[in-house]
Design a protein around this ligand. Structure first.
Ligand code: ZN
Ligand code: ZN
Length: 362
């Protein structure tokens, strides 16, 4: 059976509280079917698996008919799917829907369903299936991670001082796309000096100054959709402020401590705490305001999560990031992020570029 055929079978087997599930989350639709468009819904039951999309995708979805039924409806596919639910999920009276389903549709469906049928919110049913990756998914992620090493090598050997953050970001995007990647996992973050203290800073048309730290957070998305994600922080044009170098060493030791805790059976919140305690012990706990890491896959942020309140338990085949940061408002930001696969023995790092603070020549 094809990988998508197996996924659909596993999803049907997971329908324990419902007879049918309406899948509206596009990441889940892609996971189950391989559909990469922007307007697709899957209706799944033991009787039938149907992908509903519109005429724009008519040719693209032809190969998907090998694993499930495909129906081409007009543009309001959600509304039309609901109207035809009896046909798409014959005999089903317990219908599950996902959290991403718009409330207006939920109301519409309620009004259309026979009074004896039930309509239930499901909690991460397909997302749970996505947590453990197959060898093929890991290989695709590894491929997307490898290009980032090329990018970081170029940055380390190139010029940062005097170039704008936006120009560096564009060069990163070009390198990734010219290597054959159809997309990026997200817009590159290139943030120097005080701007780096904003964890999700957008690249500016502002020249990078000598002696500043530059946070570079990037990811590539391969043909099959799997995302890489890695952050390195560079010192532009030579040694930074000694206090910044000290902060860098602190973040690195926190990152190594966090990595050391990544293994099967580890709880997300505990892995976060292992790294966070290193930064807290140095009195800088309030400068690390985000979670330690997140799962990756077809989406760059998925489960399992590594943050304070996470009860997710790691298992072999999970893909997660470990990315502590330290953000001194108005001064500098530092983040060091690796993407790792959880293995039976612990973990394997996919993003291998050096974590020593690289000082560029210019
Ligand atoms: Zn990142
Ligand atoms: Zn990340």
């Amino acid at each position: 059976m094809s990988e998508h055929g197996q996924r659909l079978a596993r999803a049907v087997a997971a329908l324990t509280n419902t007879d049918a599930l309406i899948v509206t989350n596009l990441g889940n639709v892609r996971y189950l079917t391989g559909y990469t468009g922007s307007n697709g819904i899957v209706v799944l039951s033991a009787e039938r698996a149907v992908l509903v999309t519109d005429f724009r995708y008519q040719d693209d979805v032809e190969p998907l008919r090998a694993v499930l039924d495909v129906e081409i409806l007009d543009r309001d596919i959600a509304g039309r799917t609901i109207e035809q639910l009896a046909e798409f999920a014959p005999g089903c009276s317990m219908i599950g829907f996902e959290g991403s389903m718009p409330y207006a549709l939920v109301e519409r469906l309620r009004a259309l369903l026979p009074s004896d049928s039930q309509f239930v919110a499901t909690d991460g049913l397909i997302e749970t299936l996505r947590l453990v990756k197959s060898e093929a998914e890991i290989a695709a992620t590894r491929h997307a991670a490898n290009i980032l090493e090329v990018v970081y090598t170029n940055i380390g050997q190139g010029q940062l001082v005097g170039r704008t953050e936006a120009a560096v970001a564009w060069e990163i995007e070009r390198t990734i796309r010219e290597a054959g990647f159809p997309a990026l996992s997200f817009e590159p973050i290139v943030a120097s000096g005080g701007h780096g203290a904003l964890p999700h800073a957008e690249p500016r048309d502002v020249a990078i100054e000598r002696g500043t730290l530059v946070v570079v957070d990037i990811g590539a998305q391969g043909e099959s959709g799997y995302c890489s994600d890695c952050t390195r922080t560079f010192a532009a044009g030579g040694a930074p402020d000694p206090a910044a170098a000290e902060d860098y060493a602190l973040v690195l030791s926190a990152q190594l401590a966090g990595l050391g805790a990544v293994r099967p059976g580890a709880v997300g919140g505990m892995v976060d705490a292992t790294a966070r305690e290193v930064i807290m012990a140095a009195g800088a706990g309030d400068l690390f305001g985000h979670g330690l890491g997140h799962g990756t896959g077809l989406e760059v942020h998925e489960g399992p999560t590594l943050r304070k309140e996470s009860e997710d338990v790691l298992a072999p085949g999970n893909l997660v990031t470990v990315e502590p940061g330290l953000y001194r408002p108005g001064k500098w930001g530092i983040r060091i992020e690796d993407q790792v696969v959880v293995t039976a023995a612990g973990h394997e790092i996919l993003t291998g570029f050096t974590k020593d603070l690289v000082e560029t020549a210019g």
